[in-house]
Design a protein around this ligand. Sequence first.
Ligand code: PGA
Length: 319
Amino acid sequence: MWYVNDNENSIMKNATLHQLRVFVVAAKHLSFTKAAEELFLTQPTVSMQMKQLTKAVGLPLFEQIGKRLYLTQAGQTLYDSCQRIFNELGEFESAIADMKGLKQGQLNLSAVSTTKFFLPRMIGPFCQQYPGVELSLRFTNHEGILQYLNENQDDLYILSQLPSTVDVVSHRILENPLVAIAPAHHPLAKERNIPFERLSKEPFIMREPGSGTRQALEELFHKHETYPQVRLELGSNEAIKQAILGGLGISVLSQHTLTLEKDTGLFAILDVEDLPLQRNWYAIYPSGKQPSVVARAFLEYLEADPQLLKEAEELTIDG
Ligand code: PGA
């Protein structure tokens, strides 16, 4: 028998799903300003929603100590419940979408930042084929993706380094070669078979901690028993490319980052021993998860279309 709690004092009688969504984002960032940015709302709207939710719950959800915002115990409990509620709702939505076939549905993808250079383009034909599918694609670094994966936030995750702590089902999409990049006029650009250790003598521009590229490079330098001379640490491939052009140093990045510079002659790919480092891009999901019809169609699309793969491979540049 169904039972609806219509007790006047029930929290859910007064709180709305929208308020809970706003709360989850505010709790994730521990900032109303950042929540407002992510949700395209104004900061006073977020504050108002949180005020009403706090009233519905009857206990403070956040506390401010100095300049920082923290979750109270009630806030943390609500956050944990919301994670479960939204996961359930996500599963419900995919079940309904499955019942309706591929005419409509939601596909939530998260991908490591380096895939920005090819993934949105690769997705284009899929969206044209299934215009009713709503797609959300967000980018963060490798560590961020692992967090989304642990929290079961998305349908599929696209990365290069397979996680070691979570069992996943993985589908290989493409190669991801890491290459040494310098400005075109760099003295090493003319040399051949440069010993790997030579890279340690150059000022090096490194991705931020948490980046998959950085992790792969640390392992590579470790294997060669040498260290890069890190002159600058930057949180984006685009910024690193600018810094290389600014003469601040060289770097090792995915060859996909040079997709649009293929014919510009701005950069040189150095001929270094042990490079390119051959890695792969994978689409993954946790082993226990049942991918929705839309997610399965997307995986098939990525795997099945040789033309698509050919085009994506061509987007990379020849050494
Ligand atoms: P990153 O990951 O964008 O976090 O560096 C890319 C990779 O693992 O190759």
